[in-house]
Design a protein around this ligand. Sequence first.
Ligand code: ADP
Ligand code: MG
Length: 755
Amino acid sequence: MIRLENVSKFYYTKGVIAVGFSKVNLNFDVGEFVAITGESGSGKSTLLNVISGLDTYEEGEMYINGEETSHYTEKDFEDYRRKYIGNIFQNFNLVNSYTVYQNIALVMQLNGSKNKDIKKRVNELIDKVGLAEYKNTKASKLSGGQKQRVAIARALAKDTPIIIADEPTGNLDSESAAGIIELLASIAKEKLVIVVTHNYDQVEPYVTRKIKMHDGKVLEDSKVNVREDAPADSTVQAEDYKNIRFFTKLRLGIRNAFNIPVKFLLLTFVFIFVSLALIVETGVFQSEKWENSSSGFNWVFSNNSTSRIIIKNIDENKIAQPFTQDDFDKISKVPNVDRVVSQDLLVDSQVGFETENGDNYLYGNPVELKEYEGTTLDYGRMPENENEILIITTKNSYYIDTSKNGIEKLMGNEYKMSYSSQLKDAKFKIVGVKIVDASEDPMLVPREILISSTDKFFERIMLDTNMAYSKTLVTLGNAKDQDENYPMYKIMLSEKVEPGTAIVSTEYNSNFKSQRVKGETLSIRVKNTYYEDSIDLTVAGTYNKTTFNNYYSLKEWESYSDCNGFIFVNPKDYNSLFEHDSYQVSVFVSDELLVSETAKALEDLGYDTLVMKDTLKKDDSLAILELFSQMVTVGLAIVLLVVSYFVIRIILKSRNVYYSTIRMLGANTGVCRDLLIVDLLVDANLAFAITTLAIYLLNKFIPSFYLVETVVSFVTLPQFIVIYLIVVLISLIISIRYANRLFKKSTMTTIKEEV
Ligand code: ADP
Ligand code: MG
């Protein structure tokens, strides 16, 4: 059945050639029980390995059933081993983490046997080798003799015509050894059994042939105890094998994932680390990207908060309509809407305060006091009248020294407003300071400040603002402002003027035929982008140089001639011109990341929106920095992946023995790869699930933790899925590469390296 003609085996190591055996001529047949003896180093193991197809030969020809094997590929030898050879190794090569049953079943599973057949045969074999009570014991817990029995049972589980055993009794006491030899002898009746032994006396009563080797040569080859019932036919047709079943692979893979706790924990840990690092990195990356995209400036709006959306109520004819209470109710109900500021113009007006000597000044966007009702301040108290100011700022403001000292100094100063016709004489005190994170206050632009005071204060600056945005035309008799950009008449406010009336200079008398302006009608018309309004007042009297100061006190740099011509009206009358509905509204969102979604929701309600974030321009140097930081982040991710790849490979090195073993039992590259894929995917999935769960729980219980916050707010579901796929991909790549590397070396090399 097997014939060797002048077969030689050489080993090449570091340029030195060692002879395994040379010019061996042997012929083996079914029914033989062959003992090979010889001193150590005489080539016995090498010969067995060549016969087993575990190692190649360099010279001569080995025939299997008359077929030449010198042209055999690795794949052909693999086939040959699976069909013909059952190996029993001196060092057993059992899978230590498998039970007796699992070890024996493994070889049948790899050959595609059905579970039912496996169960029957494995149980039979376990009985046959006398290990029934150890069936579910792990191989690592067995004695040497017991392990050898498992190795024999395993060699028999696959019904191959040739059983090859290298010193099967080497580690056994004489009693166990005798049992094993008897077992092999009984098998040898219908198979070819070749045994290497250093104790020929022990096997002598059972063997049919004795081969003695010396220095790589066959010294003696003699028949002993010739059996009369030896089969006549020397060629044996080996049974064909099938490939391992899909579900068996799945089962083995899952078992392998868990059955070595240390390896399992290490791999899961590495995968958790990779998943977590990728998720956190994505979060940080996205948040940086967001921050970069929201930094910048525009010249149109003073409040550039990235939480801001400006909305208008445009009808079918493209005409802006005023916002009604109904509108405000609808807008407030939109998810993520935090603040609705009906007086949008105020959001962009800057109010400025400075001390008398001009050394200290503050500029900020006004915000209504009601937004801060019930909150605690860091310093001072809430304003109680229109001369008291609350400052809302971030710790690293451009304008304010937010140290205790700085704040105390700030609060000790007395301020006047820098430009206000309404409040130009008032003296202001800062009575309260609130220091927040920019993210806590949607209206606050980082490093800027917000300025708040009572409603009265607001009405006043609202008027200033409205006046600034409106054009005023005054008509008195036939005289009329001709150019709205250069008004002829300057309106001043005075409480001393009765409502419904106006006081003008005596000079206006001459405009009338009657030489009398008193009793004439003065009309004031205001006009802005959204509306026009007008009021008619009766001139109730006149002033001259001496009575002028009833209505106005001249500044030291002013003279009467500068001011002669002012028209004094009651503030209520004048203000009524501006008490109009709002036509433009600012919405501030609580989660600025969702600002586009919120804008979309507002558009769906029929409003026109302008998202502040989209109007911001960026500096070129910032853009380069941004690109650089993104490259660094991507680079870090790549380094992380490469490092984890190698760490996983190092952990897998401990699996070399397992994979070499199953390879000897008939598993090819594909099978090893698939088993490893299942193994790693179990770990990877588990790790990813643990990571996701951990993030979920952390977010639930300590949501303020910076990284968790970043991850939860910045990593989107598709990104989570991509990261999951990357982790899966790592598992696949490692499995495929590992299996390929394993199979590049011959089986023997791998085994020898590891054992
Ligand atoms: P035995 O099993 O009879 O003790 P071996 O078959 O193991 O002998 O070894 C036969 C010869 O081949 C010895 O000289 C040994 O040094 C050499 N040899 C065995 N394996 C290798 C190897 N992997 N590399 C180099 N030389 C080897
Ligand atoms: Mg040997």
